[in-house]
Design a protein around this ligand. Structure first.
Ligand SMILES: [Fe+2]
Length: 172
């Protein structure tokens, strides 16, 4: 049994190469956090895709790109909407340069990825797009797993994931 996540792996390694040596100066979040969160959310994205019956690789790619706006602009404010241009830029780079003989990211996939990334901060707005909601859930669970206090709009999304994986925790 083998999961085909070659496109995701190619994207992760290229983004990692691109960002690993960026300085923390003027950054709202240290680059180490962004690198860690990129990898851990993409793994959770794949797992969540499998569990929810969504395309697991597509979920992983969405998660890999979801905070690219914060990484590129150094600022958290509006980082989801600010990611729009970078999502297109990275997909173009993947399709044009990085992919080698791997398959293209299709136009349909591009739309799904783009919408999920630019909407992932709208934690209080319920979307009918399953990838958008799954990305919010993954983001909230990953922060929780890294020991960040869950509050506000993240609570419902963390609870979605605890239900999805049938996990009960003492709520404190
Ligand atoms: Fe995030």
């Amino acid at each position: 049994m083998k999961l085909d996540v070659r496109r995701l792996n190619r994207i992760l390694s290229n983004i990692f190469n691109d960002i690993k040596n960026l300085s923390d100066e003027d950054r709202d979040l240290p680059i180490k956090w962004s690198v860690m969160h990129m990898y851990t959310t993409s793994q959770l994205g794949v797992l969540t895709g499998l569990k929810k019956g969504l395309d697991p690789e597509l979920m992983g790619i969405i998660a890999a790109l979801h905070d690219i706006g914060a990484i590129k602009t150094k600022k958290r404010e509006n980082h989801a909407r600010n990611a729009s241009i970078y999502v297109h830029e990275l997909i173009d780079l993947y399709n044009g340069k990085w992919r080698g003989n791997l398959s293209l990211i299709t136009d349909e996939e591009r739309i799904i990825i783009h919408e999920a990334v630019v909407s992932h901060s709208d934690k209080d707005i319920l979307s009918t797009d399953l990838y958008i909601e799954a990305m919010k859930d993954v983001d909230s669970l990953d922060r929780y797993l890294h020991g960040i206090n869950t509050k506000g709009g993240h609570i419902n999304h963390l609870e979605n994931m605890l239900d999805l994986f049938d996990i009960s925790i003492a709520k404190s």
